[in-house]
Design a binder for this molecule. Structure first.
Ligand code: SF4
Length: 295
């Protein structure tokens, strides 16, 4: 049996795995294997679980990921339509080139949903793993956007300034990401042996660091463009005993799987939904650790 749940004010972020796949095979992808067998995938069950989470935490953030959320715009619309505007909504996408949906149709989707989507996080890596839609198209997305870039294994560091210039042209902020399967509590805040951090420090202006028990962001500026280097642990539950001797499972992320099952972690642990209805809230422990992160 799990410990009683605790989470931050507003509720843990709810990540929804869309019930349809992408067309890619990125080497660092850990989601892909979940789409190998689509038996039991259910849009209706996912929508039901979205409603449940909205009922329990009406101010939590939702993140859509995959697979490829934009591979089925009708299904994505149905899921977005059950989320009230009290929530922030993020979509992780490659903004793919697809045979069945044109880029104009995808841009029209962002226009229709511009008030619902808080930010679209577009994957664009230093090495190309997918067929990318043109940058000019990304610049025309109607809702706020951010570029996500995983710096994987032996990435070509010398290409970083040129890569950043590519998005500077459109003023789209960039988030670099550590391969989170490699993150541990010991190296989350470790700086000296972090090659990515050292590369970014040597090329861009370091501004500050914010973070919490689970994740952090090192902030950089380059010609006015905001960039972040994000690290997070590969799980999302911290077990901690408070000053009264009560041990809690502190949840950062809740996951709605492709079959609608709700999990309390990325690691396959089912959420005890009834217990989560009695979750204890604590202030969010994300805070500025040094410098400036808001510029
Ligand atoms: S596009 Fe995303 S889901 Fe698809 S293989 Fe790449 S990382 Fe995985």
């Amino acid at each position: 049996m799990s410990n009683p749940y605790k989470t931050r004010k507003g509720g843990a972020t709810v990540t929804v795995f869309v019930p349809y796949d992408c067309q890619n095979n990125c080497p660092f992808c850990i989601n892909k294997r979940e789409y190998a067998d689509c038996t039991g995938f259910s849009l209706d069950a996912i929508i039901e679980s979205i409603r449940t989470m909205d009922e329990i935490t009406p101010y939590c953030d939702f993140v859509f990921t995959g697979g490829e959320p934009l591979a089925n715009l009708d299904a994505l619309q149905q899921m977005l339509d059950v989320i009230p505007t009290t929530h922030k909504v993020y979509i992780n996408t490659t903004f793919p080139v697809q045979a069945h949906t044109t880029l104009d149709e995808m841009l029209a989707f962002t226009e229709r949903n511009r008030d619902k989507i808080t930010c679209m996080n577009i994957s664009r890596h230093l090495q190309k793993y997918v067929e990318e839609s043109p940058d000019e198209v990304i610049a025309r997305i109607a809702c706020p956007t951010r570029i996500n870039c995983v710096l994987y294994k032996h990435y070509p560091a010398h290409k970083l300034p040129e890569y950043v210039e590519r998005f500077l042209k459109y003023g789209i902020p960039v988030q670099f990401r550590y391969d989170y399967t490699e993150t541990t509590p010991d190296n989350l805040y470790e700086e000296e042996n972090d090659r990515i951090l050292q590369d970014l420090r040597s090329m861009f202006t370091y501004k500050g660091l914010d973070g919490c028990r689970m994740r952090n962001g090192f902030h950089f500026a380059y010609k006015g463009l905001h960039m972040t280097y994000h690290k997070t642990l590969p799980y999302s539950t911290i077990v901690e005993t408070d000053e009264n001797g009560v041990t809690y499972d502190i949840l950062y992320d809740i996951v709605i799987k492709q079959n609608g099952e709700i999990h309390s972690d990325w690691t396959g642990v089912p959420l005890d939904v009834e217990a989560y209805r009695n979750v204890v809230f604590e202030p969010y422990d994300l805070h500025v650790i040094n410098g400036t992160v808001d510029f």
